[in-house]
Design a binder for this molecule. Structure first.
Ligand SMILES: NC(=O)c1ccc[n+]([C@@H]2O[C@H](COP(=O)([O-])OP(=O)(O)OC[C@H]3O[C@@H](n4cnc5c(N)ncnc54)[C@H](OP(=O)(O)O)[C@@H]3O)[C@@H](O)[C@H]2O)c1
Length: 326
């Protein structure tokens, strides 16, 4: 079987296509999936550089979300059958032709949803639904500021924010990206590399925003917290800028504001049934066209390193997906 292997951490140049790997077998509680496509997320960049929260020993395959067809069902698994179309989440290992995954982390794909789209929707929309609905309690009429708005989770935040009836302000680093954000539904935009984030938010909103969706971190987090209204919620989603910010917590006191952590992987494990219901709702909206996940580019498995490089180089608008089966 073929898989893209990270042979040593530190560089995307260490990703090598292997053609001679043993086939995985389904352990108890697992299914083996014939992988059709694998969505790329920022944690794949960090994994290859040995900078993620966990550091698997090389060789390993990056790739944390897949779509495909169930090939083998392990002992004790119910509700999944051979031949069924599924998408699945895993810490890593998805850039391979076959992968064994926990049956609890695999969800049926509705008829009519494309494999590439399914592979590119699970983590970004799952994370964002959990963030905006469960963690922030965003409601219609509120204002949502999305940082890194043209990236994977940022795009999901624009689209789910609009679905929930919020006014959405998208912040990103170029005119091109902001134009893209407008096309997919953002009401207003801010170039946070040229404009002062807090000043511009206050100009647009007066009182400030109700919810901030922050997958970027760095210096933007404090500026965004300063731009919240009374009872604001700042969702701590990620640190794509590299630095984990330290913020003056007196701002939370003064504004009755909250810093709210979001960790979809743990949520999906600890509150499995709830995550399953949310994902079913997301895929249903993808199926009926109320959510249209924008696919920035697709790559074949042998060019998986280039797919991950697009995120590292900050080029992505939407989602990059690797087609594992041609
Ligand atoms: N908490 C969770 O459960 C969860 C789940 C999924 C992802 N995440 C996190 O969310 C973040 C975004 O993930 P993603 O998959 O959406 O990534 P992505 O598609 O690459 O988007 C990240 C965005 O961050 C911005 N950015 C700012 N500084 C950057 C830098 N130095 N390098 C790269 N990007 C930079 C970029 O927008 P501009 O160029 O416009 O600034 C980019 O569009 C990551 O930190 C990831 O770990 C968290």
């Amino acid at each position: 079987m073929r898989a893209l292997h990270c042979t040593a951490t530190g560089s995307l140049d260490n990703l090598v296509l292997r053609e001679d790997l043993p086939e995985p077998r389904a352990a108890a509680g697992e299914v083996v999936v014939d992988v059709a496509a694998c969505g790329i997320n920022f944690p794949d960049v960090l994994l290859v550089h040995g900078k993620y929260q966990f550091r698997p020993d090389p060789p390993f395959s990056p790739g944390g979300e897949i779509s495909g067809t169930v090939r083998e069902v392990g002992e004790g698994v119910s509700g999944l059958t051979v031949g069924q179309r599924v998408c699945a989440w895993m810490p890593y290992g998805g850039l391979a032709e076959r992968v064994g995954v926990s049956a609890l982390a695999a969800w049926p794909i509705p008829e009519g949803v494309d494999m590439v789209v399914a592979a590119g929707s699970l983590v970004t929309y799952g994370t964002t639904w959990h963030a905006l609905v469960d963690r922030a309690g965003l409601v219609a009429g509120e204002t949502l500021l999305v940082l890194g708005a043209a990236g994977g989770v940022g795009v999901a935040a624009i689209q789910i924010g609009k679905l929930l009836g919020a006014r959405v302000i998208a912040a990103a680093s170029s005119a091109d990206k902001l134009e893209f954000c407008k096309r997919i539904g953002a009401d207003e935009t801010i170039d946070y590399t040229r404009e002062d984030l807090k000043t511009r938010v206050k100009e647009l909103t007066g009182a400030g925003v109700d919810v901030v969706y922050d997958p970027v971190g760095g210096s933007f987090t404090e500026a965004a917290l300063r731009a919240t209204a009374w009872n604001g919620r700042v969702l701590v989603v990620g640190f794509a800028a590299g630095d984990i910010p330290k913020v003056p917590t007196n701002l939370c006191l003064l504004k009755g504001a909250s810093l709210v952590g979001v960790f979809w992987g743990h949520f999906a494990t600890r509150e499995h049934e709830k995550a399953r219901r949310e994902l079913a709702e997301i895929l249903e909206r993808v199926r009926d066209g109320r959510i249209v996940p924008p696919i920035h580019a697709t790559y074949p498995l042998e060019r998986g390193a280039d797919a991950i490089r697009e995120l590292e180089d900050r080029k992505v608008r939407g989602k990059v997906v690797v087609r594992v089966q041609p």
